[in-house]
Design a protein. Structure first.
Length: 275
């Protein structure tokens, strides 16, 4: 029967089992304690950044990024304790990162664009914007895409790179906006009466701001009409309500005072051959 030499067993234990047990234990302690420290540092950083004016999404992203980087250092330190050549590990991680970066080039562009949008903040949640050919209210600014909903309640998800590489029009950024309107009357109508009607309706609309002054001017002598340019200033949130109200009131007032809004001429072409 096979007999185990106690001396050899003690030697084996002292040379291999005991040292490796200690190394594994220390490596596990480094990993678990390091993981807790990384979470703690990320959480403290999040609280500090949360007191600034940075967007909540950007704060959460920075937290996750810092936590991930600290975890990489913790894993490398644990492997180094086990005697693993960390230089080769770092080289492998670098090569893997390069390969993943090339494979996900489009996603990385969206990621970079999302990071820039969160840093420079051309808009925030709730703003009405026009970007990448779509107009709507910003619902969510993500790392890879931005979600907005349109006036007819459609949800549109746009890649961040498409937004960042195009013009961004933010209709909600400033507290006031100017409404640009055109009202046409016929050449035979009373120009001064039409102006007085428009001015009276503008004066009676309480949502129109007193400053800057509302422009009421004959802006164009068109082929079939005289066109008034009307440009009142309102609070941004009142823009559409005031525009719709003015359009209706001025049309009704023109009708009540016999002022016409010309139709474009209709040309009828006959296909009958001349006799």
């Amino acid at each position: 029967m096979f007999e185990i030499d106690k001396a050899e067993l003690i030697t084996f234990y002292s040379k291999f089992i005991a040292p490796w047990s200690i190394k594994i234990l220390i490596a596990l302690l480094i990993f678990f304690i390091g993981q807790l420290v990384a979470k703690f540092i990320a959480r403290i950083l999040g609280k500090v950044l949360g007191r600034t004016k940075l967007d909540r999404i950007l704060v959460e992203f920075i937290q996750s990024l810092v936590n991930a980087l600290l975890l990489v250092f913790v894993i490398v330190a644990a492997l180094d304790q086990l005697g693993v050549n960390t230089n080769s590990v770092i080289a492998v991680l670098g090569a893997a990162g390069l390969a993943i970066g090339l494979a996900l080039q489009g996603s990385l562009q969206n990621f970079a664009a999302g990071f820039m949008l969160l840093i420079f903040r051309p808009f925030k949640g709730g703003d009405f914007v026009e970007a990448a050919g779509t107009a709507g209210v910003i619902e969510k600014i993500g790392i890879f895409s931005t979600t907005l909903h349109t006036g007819d309640n459609k949800e549109v998800i746009i890649p961040n790179s498409a937004i960042y590489s195009s013009n961004i029009v933010n209709y909600s950024k400033r507290p006031t906006r100017r409404i640009d309107m055109v009202f046409s009357i016929g050449y035979e109508d009373d120009l001064r009466a039409a102006r007085d009607i428009i001015a009276a309706i503008i004066k009676d609309e309480p949502r129109i701001l007193p400053e800057p002054d509302t422009l009421i001017a004959v802006g164009e002598l068109a082929t079939n009409s005289v066109n008034f340019f009307v440009r009142p200033w309102v609070k941004t949130e009142d823009y559409w309500d005031v525009k719709f109200a003015l359009t209706e009131k001025i049309k009704l007032a023109f009708d009540a005072n016999g002022i016409t809004i010309p139709f474009p001429p209709i040309h009828i072409h006959s296909s009958k051959a001349p006799a």
